[in-house]
Design a protein around this ligand. Structure first.
Ligand code: ADP
Length: 403
C-alpha cells in the first residue's frame, strides 16, 4: 500500500510517500513559508538530494497540489498518477479525550478535531487545513488521523488531573494530555525489540529531546505519565519554552510588568527555556560550543536542562515501581553524547551506567549502556512518519473488512 504522510504546520507541510510493503520511503520533503515571501517546495525522490523549487504558495491546498505534481512528475516523480496513492495519513496534534487511537477521517472525526482547536489553537487549525486540502484534491482516497495525544490517553486520572477544582476539568477539559505520543510509542516499541523483550513486559522511560522536549513513563506498553500537560509548555525546560514553573509567577509578572495574556504567552513559549537562560540560543549545538568556550550562562542553561531531565527520570522510575530501560530520541537525544552523559550522571543508584565509547553514537539505533548495566540505555532515532503509515494501513484494512 502507498501512503502519503502529511504533517501540516501553520506555514509548512512535511511529507513522505511510504510504501508500506517493505516500509520504504519513496519520496519526502517539505513545503515552507506558506503564505509568505520566499515560499518553496523541497522534494527528495527515493533518497536522492533535495530539489528546491521557489514558487508562490499562498495556502495549504496549493502546497499539497505542488507536492502531488512533484510525486507524479515525469522526470523526478516516483509514481505515475495520483491514483497510485492508496491512503493519506495526517498527523493531528490534539485529539483531546475523544481519541485514544488513530481514526479514519469522517465528519465525526473532523468535528472532534475542530472541538480541540480551542485547546490547541496553534496546531489543530493547520492540521485541519491539510485534511481539507487533501479531501479537495483526492476526494476518493481514504484518510486517517494520527493524534499526538492518543498514546497518552492510557494515563490514570491521578497522573492527568491538576490540583484545580474538579469543575475546571469537567467544564473546560483542563487536564494533562501529553504530546509527542507517536514518537514515545515508536521508540518504546523499538527499545523493547532491541532488548529482546515484549513491550508488555518492560518499563521504559522515553526521552524525546528536540526543540520541544518531553519524557514518558511507558509501563508494559502503556503511557502512564508524561511531562507535557494541557499544552506542550509543561514539564522540561525546552529550547524556548519555560516548562514547569510556579503558576503564581504568571499573575505576578503580568501585574508587575502590566503585560497582556498574549505577551505573557509569548514570553513563556518563545523567549524562555535555554534561550532565555543563556541569552544566546535555543540550539544545543550553540550552547555546547559556548559552554566549552567558558560562557557561564550557556553552562547554566545546560545544567538546568539536564538536571530537570534527570529529576523526571527519577520520578518516572518511582511512578512505575522501577525502570528497565531509558531511551533517547529526537534532535538532541539522538545526536548529543555530551548531553546524554550529563543527564545520566549520578543515576548509578538506579542501575544506569553509560558506556563512554558506545555513547559517541549519532543518529543510529544503538545500546549505549555499559555491559552489565541493570538499566539498559538506548539511542533510537524516532520515526513518526512510519507510525503514521502503519496506523493508516491498519485502519484502512479494518475499514475494508467492515465494508
Ligand atoms: P523539533 O522537531 O522539536 O523542532 P528536533 O528533534 O529536530 O526538533 O531537534 C532540534 C534540536 O536538536 C536543535 O535545536 C538542537 O538543539 C538539537 N540538536 C540537533 N543536532 C544536535 C547535535 N549534533 N548536538 C547537539 N544538539 C543537537
Amino acid at each position: 500500500m502507498i501512503v502519503f504522510v502529511v504533517n501540516c504546520g501553520s506555514s509548512s507541510i512535511k511529507y513522505q510517500l511510504i510504501n508500506t510493503q517493505g516500509e520504504y520511503v519513496m519520496a519526502k520533503g517539505l513545503v515552507e513559508r506558506i503564505g509568505m515571501e520566499g515560499s518553496a517546495l523541497h522534494y527528495s525522490p527515493d533518497g536522492a538530494a533535495a530539489i528546491e523549487t521557489k514558487v508562490d504558495i499562498p495556502d495549504h491546498k496549493v502546497g499539497i497540489q505542488l507536492i502531488i505534481d512533484a510525486l507524479i512528475d515525469k522526470d523526478n516523480g516516483v509514481i505515475h498518477s495520483m491514483d497510485e496513492i492508496d491512503a493519506v495519513g495526517h498527523r493531528v496534534v490534539h485529539g483531546g479525550e475523544r481519541f485514544a487511537d488513530s481514526a479514519p477521517i469522517t465528519p465525526y472525526v473532523i468535528q472532534g478535531i475542530i472541538d480541540c482547536c480551542d485547546i490547541a489553537p496553534l496546531h489543530n487549525p493547520p492540521n485541519l487545513e491539510g485534511i481539507y486540502a487533501c479531501q479537495k484534491i483526492m476526494p476518493d482516497t481514504p484518510m486517517v488521523a494520527v493524534f499526538d495525544t492518543a498514546f497518552h490517553q492510557s494515563m490514570p486520572p491521578a497522573a492527568y488531573l491538576y490540583g484545580l477544582p474538579y469543575e475546571e476539568y469537567e467544564n473546560y477539559g483542563l487536564r494533562r494530555y501529553g504530546f509527542h505520543g507517536t514518537s514515545h510509542k515508536y521508540v518504546s516499541m523499538r527499545a523493547a525489540r532491541l532488548m529482546g523483550e515484549d513491550v508488555t513486559d518492560v518499563r521504559i522511560i522515553t526521552c524525546h529531546l528536540g526543540n520541544g522536549a518531553s519524557l514518558a513513563a511507558v509501563k508494559y506498553g502503556h503511557s502512564v505519565d508524561t511531562s507535557m500537560g494541557f499544552t506542550p509548555l509543561e514539564g522540561l525546560i525546552m529550547g524556548t519554552r519555560c516548562g514547569e514553573i510556579d503558576p503564581a509567577v504568571v499573575t505576578y509578572l503580568m501585574e508587575k510588568k502590566g503585560v497582556t495574556a498574549e505577551e505573557m504567552d509569548d514570553e513563556l513559549n518563545r523567549r524562555s527555556g535555554v534561550l532565555g537562560i543563556s541569552g544566546l540560543s535555543s540550539d544545543f549545538r550553540d550552547l555546547e560550543y559556548a559552554a566549552k568556550a567558558g560562557n557561564p550562562r550557556a553552562e547554566l542553561a545546560i545544567d538546568m536542562f539536564s538536571y530537570r531531565v534527570r529529576k523526571f527520570i527519577g520520578s518516572y522510575a518511582a511512578a512505575m515501581g522501577g525502570v528497565d530501560a531509558i531511551v533517547f530520541t529526537a534532535g538532541l537525544g539522538e545526536n548529543s553524547g555530551f548531553m546524554r552523559k550529563k543527564i545520566c550522571q549520578g543515576l548509578k543508584f538506579l542501575g544506569v551506567e553509560i558506556d563512554p565509547v558506545r555513547n559517541e553514537v549519532r543518529g543510529k539505533e544503538c545500546e549505549i549502556s555499559k555491559e552489565g548495566s541493570r538499566v539498559k540505555v538506548f539511542v533510537v532515532p524516532t520515526n513518526e512518519e512510519l507510525v503514521i503509515a502503519r496506523d493508516t494501513l491498519r485502519l484502512c484494512r479494518r475499514m475494508r473488512r467492515n465494508k
